[in-house]
Design a protein around this ligand. Structure first.
Ligand SMILES: Cc1cc2nc3c(=O)[nH]c(=O)nc-3n(C[C@H](O)[C@H](O)[C@H](O)COP(=O)(O)OP(=O)(O)OC[C@H]3O[C@@H](n4cnc5c(N)ncnc54)[C@H](O)[C@@H]3O)c2cc1C
Ligand SMILES: Cc1ncc(C[n+]2csc(CCOP(=O)(O)OP(=O)(O)O)c2C)c(N)n1
Ligand SMILES: [Mg+2]
Length: 598
């Protein structure tokens, strides 16, 4: 980079530093190793905690950590480090940082990087790389991690000189957090860590800076969208993750309230609009409530805000919301007309665009449309498991609903992937942004426990609950040790149904009940937790649910509950993959309970 001089490690040792020459040390012109520059840069960027695991190619950087204020959380697997950084980013809105060695350390990060990419989560992953002189020789623990992660990062860097470290890291942070956020990887060779150069913060300013919005809708485009909004009789807002990323919660609320527009949410949007708000419909899509999907199919206008029409959201595209005109407010122009053709695309930052739109939005209670939707709610609600008589059996929905009641909906809940994830979305009602953290796009089992750790580090004052299946928990349960070592107060609710439940459900519905490879043996989770010194209890009856949750909440540190729930329950309603959005499989009523269920 301009303004900085590189030397090799050997030259660096003999460098005539100002101190050796008897002079005073200028504040901003310090000779440092690339490894020291890693930490100095992170400190300047405001990073307080990183999640990582050491190894040979990153050892110089770990050695320099001894002289840094940054706190390092030692994980048990590098996948955990990436999910922790991701959970941290989603809980805080700041960039999360993960660090690992070359080769297997770097490849263990791949799932976490792809998870962050799919859900637009800003993380920076720093990996050690073999010395630049041996790159391409199949050196010990050499892997082309920039090549491997090219399609699953927003950008990545191979840094081969100490004087590139600061600029690469600064730019990585800028790119991760700007526009549509995402993961950036910075791979630093061992000689770049060991080499010395001047640490010149100013000269390392990012070349790609946080951009002024390149795209902003013209007045004509804004007027066209306003006309659609003001003339619509049956509009629905589709509220997505982009609302949280853009911080547009208040603007969305103003739009909905002024124009009387019901709000349907994506899984990743949950929390951005209060669940208790009279205009909130709840989650749309494959496991959304039937009335939400019916409202979308009958709408005459969809106002899609920061959501990308995922296939879990639309069902069959050729029959999706055919009666509706569509407005799509989206920062990434590649998302426009990707899955659903829209009538009025507005490309740019959601909050800015809504601020421009709102003055032109006419007040309208839309009472008739809202009462049509309320009517269909009644019909669906009677099928709800919460309305079934309490026969003492423990359903996952009961456990999650009780958790919601007991925590008054105020906890940060981090879920894994599967049935329990959908039940959480249905039965834990989120009032605020960043209180549901889940892997949506990639659907990565093993996400919850480490992401919960990251969330707790980001929000130490919040009550954090990990809601995880017996399958997903076993993928990353080694991170229990991280919780204990870091003395983190993370509560864990295992929804233990003895199956890879969501796959079992698909086998039941679509493969004639052939449960191939889905019954799942687990260890005694209570004993396992106790082996780590974590208080734990098993729950088999509904009546034990509240006492168990209270026990867990009363612990000063981590606690675990093993909810041994009904084994063959299914998530209803469900749109079979590729079916029409309103062709939902509904919970059979009444639910038939067999004597053997006890
Ligand atoms: C088992 C399983 C079942 C699922 N079932 C459902 C389901 O029933 N219903 C459901 O909704 N989801 C479901 N999902 C999740 C689904 O796969 C998607 O992850 C989810 O729908 C994506 O939500 P989103 O589009 O709001 O968020 P993202 O995928 O994160 O997209 C956010 C969009 O916002 C844009 N954006 C970002 N920042 C800004 C900004 N500043 N201004 C404007 N735009 C911005 C981005 O470019 C992006 O297009 C399921 C997932 C799993 C694993
Ligand atoms: C890493 C990974 N492997 C496989 C899958 C496919 N898959 C989706 S849900 C699921 C079952 C999850 O089982 P469990 O964790 O017990 O949760 P449950 O569905 O029973 O609540 C599987 C195997 C996945 N999403 N992620
Ligand atoms: Mg399970």
């Amino acid at each position: 980079m301009q303004g900085a001089k590189t030397t090799t490690a050997a030259e660096g040792a003999a460098e005539p530093t100002p101190e050796r020459m008897g002079g005073s040390k200028p504040a901003e012109r310090k000779i440092m190793s690339g490894a020291e520059i890693v930490w100095a840069t992170l400190e300047r960027l405001g990073v307080e905690t990183v999640f990582g695991y050491p190894g040979g190619a990153i050892l110089p950087t770990y050695d320099a950590l001894t002289r840094s204020k940054v706190h390092h959380v030692l994980v048990r697997h590098e996948q955990g480090a990436t999910h922790m950084a991701d959970g941290y980013a989603r809980a805080s809105g700041r960039v999360g940082v993960a660090i690992a060695t070359s080769g297997p350390g770097a490849t263990n990060m791949v799932t976490g990087i792809a998870t962050a990419m799919m859900d637009s989560s800003p993380i920076v992953c720093i990996t050690g790389q073999v010395g630049s002189a041996v790159i391409g020789t199949d050196a010990f623990q050499e892997v082309d991690i920039t090549g491997i992660t090219l399609p699953i990062t927003k950008h990545n860097y191979l840094v081969t000189r100490a004087d590139e470290v600061a600029a690469s890291l600064r730019e990585a942070f800028e790119i991760a957090a700007s526009d549509r956020p995402g993961p950036v990887l910075v791979d630093i060779t061992k000689d770049a860590q060991q080499g010395k150069c001047e640490f010149d913060w100013e000269a390392a300013a990012p070349r790609m800076t946080r951009r002024e919005p390149v795209f902003f809708p013209s007045q004509g485009e804004l007027d066209a969208a306003l006309k659609l909004i003001n003339e619509a009789e049956r509009p629905v807002i589709l509220a997505g993750h982009g609302i949280i990323l853009s911080g547009a919660e208040q603007q969305v609320r103003t739009l909905a309230e002024r124009a009387g527009i019901p709000v349907a949410l994506t899984l990743l949007g949950l929390g951005c609009f209060p669940a208790s708000h009279p205009l909130s419909l709840g989650m749309m899509g494959m496991h959304g409530e039937a009335w939400v999907n019916a409202a979308i199919q009958n709408a005459d206008l969809l106002i899609a805000l920061g959501m990308r029409f995922d296939d879990r959201v639309t069902g069959k595209l050729s029959t999706y919301a055919l009666k509706a005109k569509k407005i799509h407010v989206e920062i990434d122009r590649a998302e426009i007309n990707k899955n659903v053709r829209v009538d009025a695309p507005l490309i740019g930052d959601l909050r800015e665009i809504l601020e421009r739109l709102l003055p032109g939005v006419k007040a309208n209670p839309r009472a008739e449309w809202r009462s049509v939707i309320s009517g269909s709610k009644q019909d669906s609600a009677v099928r709800d498991i919460q309305n079934l008589p309490d026969s003492g059996h423990l359903y996952a929905a009961h456990a999650i609903h009780d958790l919601w009641r007991e925590t008054e909906g105020k906890a940060v809940v981090v879920t894994d992937v599967g049935q329990h994830q959908m039940w959480e979305a249905q039965y834990y009602h989120h009032e605020r942004s960043r209180t549901l953290i889940t892997s949506g796009g990639l659907g990565s089992m093993g996400f919850a426990l480490p992401a919960g750790i990251g969330a707790k580090v980001a929000q130490p004052e919040s009550e954090v609950w990990v809601v995880v299946g017996d399958g997903g928990f076993q993928m990353t349960m080694a991170e229990l040790a991280t919780i204990v070592q870091e003395k983190l107060n993370v509560k864990i609710a295992i929804i233990n149904n003895g199956y890879l439940g969501m796959v079992r459900q698909w086998q039941e519905f679509f493969y004639e009940g052939r449960y191939e490879s889905t019954p799942l043996l687990s260890p005694d989770f209570v004993k396992l937790a106790e082996a780590y010194g974590i208080p734990a209890v098993a729950v088999t009856q509904r009546s034990q649910t509240l006492p168990a949750i209270r026990m867990a909440r009363s612990q000063p540190g981590a606690a675990l509950i093993d909810f041994r729930v009904e084994q063959e329950d299914s998530v209803y309603p469900m749109v079979p993959a590729g079916a029409d959005l309103d062709a939902m499989i509904r919970r059979p009523t009444p639910l038939v309970e067999r004597p053997s269920d006890e």
